[in-house]
Design a protein around this ligand. Sequence first.
Ligand code: NAG
Ligand code: NAG
Ligand code: NAG
Ligand code: NAG
Ligand code: NAG
Length: 409
Amino acid sequence: MRRYLRIVVLCLACGFCSLLYAFSQLAAAPEEGAGGGGGKPQAAAASWLAGGGRGGAGGVGSAGPAAHPGRSDRYSLKVQPIQRMHLAVVACGERLEETITMLKSAIIFSIRPLQFHIFAEDQLHDSFKGILDSWSFLQTFNYSLYPITFPSENALEWKKLFKPCASQRLFLPLILKEVDSLLYVDTDILFLRPVDDIWSLLKKFNSTQIAAMAPEHEEPRIGWYNRFARHPYYGKTGVNSGVMLMNMTRMRRKYFKNDMTTVRLRWGDMLMPLLKKYKLNITWGDQDLLNIIFFHNPESLFVFPCQWNYRPDHCIYGSNCQEAEEEGIFILHGNRGVYHDDKQPAFRAIYEALRNCSFKDDNIRSLLKPLELELQKTVHTYCGKIYKIFIKQLTKSIQDRYDRPPKER
Ligand SMILES: *[C@@H]1O[C@H](CO)[C@@H](O)[C@H](O)[C@H]1NC(C)=O
Ligand SMILES: *[C@@H]1O[C@H](CO)[C@@H](O)[C@H](O)[C@H]1NC(C)=O
Ligand SMILES: *[C@@H]1O[C@H](CO)[C@@H](O)[C@H](O)[C@H]1NC(C)=O
Ligand SMILES: *[C@@H]1O[C@H](CO)[C@@H](O)[C@H](O)[C@H]1NC(C)=O
Ligand SMILES: *[C@@H]1O[C@H](CO)[C@@H](O)[C@H](O)[C@H]1NC(C)=O
């Protein structure tokens, strides 16, 4: 009995200490700022705290320790400077609905506040504004809309040389000068777990790493770069740039090895010569240029596993992403247009479930059952055969975020 009491006292003491620690970190937060996060870190911090206090008044509108029972330990220790997570996307052509669904999936599961940077063709701006403003009651995100732009010196040349939308993202470190770190995603990405989780990989970078991506292929026999590329590429099968985490502070500072000159070049000085040298040999646009850059600077790339960028290639000829088989898919990437045709119905089912859902807790919780029924209809495809990995993490994310006991809400 004594011993039991002692343990209780010890636990209480520990709890008190971690609380004290959390508060001291919170107090320190404003000075440390949002890592150059552009704008007002203090305001972001305040809103984040207030969000926690409000505890889900209307949809997802809560983001803070109080909303996460069972995870509060993790937060009291990890809060530190309250940094917004920056997410960028480039939307052109018919990509409005897809982009909106991607942004929605980011909002639904994420814990810390998000800052969206949306680069879009002018004719899409009004639609983005209309939809995102109608979500502003959530208070868990902010957004900025930008036209497709290039740094002024070479703007014309870039537009002439290359599809403007495809090359836009290479310039993000130069355009978003105030932003320390950024997650770039293609429009056909769906988050099946909080953005916070991929964002936390930034802290795992060693001193030479500046960006993180997943391999283009797990299986060299069906790899594209190793069979067809007419330019250098990273590693055995190249990397896929559909989900790219960047420490842009480091990208702006680094001098890159390259095969154009013997001197090392800055990011901004390297892109144009690189494009000129390789423009006749590249097939997938900016992704090919990134592969060339990291071929020459392999120590700068952090490679994350395939479940952070899960594509049809990982299952159409049989499953080859082992990490996803074990832990489920974290980020789904419906390239090849699979959200919009009938070739890979498992991908499409996930897309439609998220596209159709609203921000209401009940609505999100109840998307799982019909989705599973829908996925069961896809078992005639290779991807459908392993449909359980499509909902494994999604189920967990929904439980973590929305199935909290009533007293917490
Ligand atoms: C969004 O921006 C407004 C005004 O700049 C600010 O008050 C608010 O805290 C920001 N919200 C988030 C989630 O960053
Ligand atoms: C482009 O491809 C051709 C044909 O494979 C090759 O001979 C040439 O060296 C390549 N150019 C560059 C810059 O690598
Ligand atoms: C990015 O790198 C800079 C310079 O090394 C560092 O100060 C900053 O904390 C890094 N950002 C993140 C989010 O880790
Ligand atoms: C960082 O990791 C990369 C990839 O594993 C490696 O090539 C590089 O040497 C590492 N850098 C340092 C300073 O350890
Ligand atoms: C989503 O909504 C569309 C029409 O708005 C409907 O046809 C479709 O069946 C719905 N899909 C799911 C998976 O709920």
